[in-house]
Design a protein around this ligand. Structure first.
Ligand code: UDP
Length: 327
């Protein structure tokens, strides 16, 4: 039985990975400090004999008893509003946290996969973004704490591979959505759906001409799984190339939710990328992977999830409040 450590296990992606690795017959050690993760995401696994939860911040020394085959490092705030609120923790988990886990992987002889991001490309001048594009990142802007932590994370991971011969994998994750996203994390999909459910207008930032490409979580998890089991050392983009403007996306959410509210426009956050679409040639070739779930289908499932949440969740106050963090 393979033993897997998943960090950020109570988060959106981490919790779906826990489900997948349990399903694959692995023993899962799930670690989270619960700053942005939530126990609700994994409470269905508590009591499973192959699942063990550890409440720990990986920015501090990480101890795990027994053998480990794989480490998947998915601990990090991952929405712009989260890393504006907790910038130092964001920097620490990407840098110190990654260093601790690489040390653990080396001690255990484990294979380590790190969750990198399309943010390493910054506000890209190459479109769509292939893995060999080096990016256009502002290190001192509000997103710099996330972008640079993730860039450092890639660098130290490659250094451990080259210097210590550690088995490493790097996935660059593009915008991903699905059940268990936090309704109030400020990201565009939960923001729009939350607004529709509360009967508020949908807030499009800027003129809405900026683009994103949204991948359904099950597709992403499949990509992670395939990359982990592959022998590919270099970064691989995983995302859905189906690109859409944020204005069009707002219209889709209005249609999906049946809300009678309208779109209102607000200031564009600083350094908000103008366009983003993954080039997934490498994932197709190396992993034989491509997304299977169309946006219409994924959005239906995600909307059903958000509708099932309690009213209390819907009215938690820190949703969609960029203004208070941008000085
Ligand atoms: N956005 C928006 N309204 C919102 C939240 C976000 O128009 O209420 C925009 C945001 O400015 C960005 C895009 O939607 O252009 C995606 O934002 P998100 O925070 O989901 O993630 P990002 O891809 O920017 O990291």
């Amino acid at each position: 039985m393979k033993r897997v450590l998943i960090t950020g296990a109570a988060g959106f992606l981490g919790s779906h990975l826990c489900d997948r690795f349990i399903k694959e017959g692995c023993y899962v050690i799930a670690m989270d400090n619960l700053i942005t993760g939530r126990m609700e995401n994994i409470e269905h696994l508590i009591g499973n004999e192959n699942f063990h939860f550890v409440h720990h911040d990986v920015s501090n020394f990480v101890h795990v008893s027994g053998e480990l085959d794989y480490i998947l490092h998915f601990a990090s705030p991952a929405s712009p509003i989260d890393y504006l609120k907790i910038p130092i923790q964001t920097l620490k988990v990407g840098s110190l946290g990654t260093h601790n886990l690489l040390g653990l992987a080396k001690a255990k002889g484990a294979r380590m996969l790190i969750a990198s991001t399309s943010e390493v490309y910054g506000d890209p001048t190459v479109h769509p973004q292939p893995e060999d594009y080096w990016g256009n990142v502002n290190p001192i802007g509000p997103r710099g704490v996330y972008d640079e932590a993730k860039r450092f994370q890639e660098a130290i991971t490659m250094a451990y591979h080259r210097y210590h011969n550690l088995e490493t994998r790097i996935i660059r994750i593009f915008n991903t959505y699905g059940p268990r996203m936090r309704l109030n994390d400020g990201r565009v999909l939960p923001a729009f759906i939350g607004q529709a459910l509360r009967g508020e207008d949908l807030t499009v930032f800027g003129d809405g001409s900026q683009t994103r490409s949204f991948c359904y979580v099950d597709d992403l998890v499949e990509g992670v799984y395939r990359l982990l089991l592959s022998d590919h050392i270099y970064p691989v983009n995983v995302g859905n190339p189906d690109e859409i403007t944020i204005s069009q996306f707002a219209e889709e959410i209005i249609e999906l939710t049946g809300t009678s509210q309208k779109v209102i426009y607000k200031d564009l956050p600083i350094n908000d990328p103008a366009q983003r679409q993954p080039n997934i040639d490498k994932a197709r070739e190396i992993l034989n992977w491509e997304p299977k779930v169309a946006r219409s289908e994924g959005l239906e499932i995600t909307f059903a999830y958000f509708k099932s949440l309690s009213g209390e969740e819907l009215y938690k106050k820190d949703h969609n409040s960029f203004e208070q963090y941008i000085k």
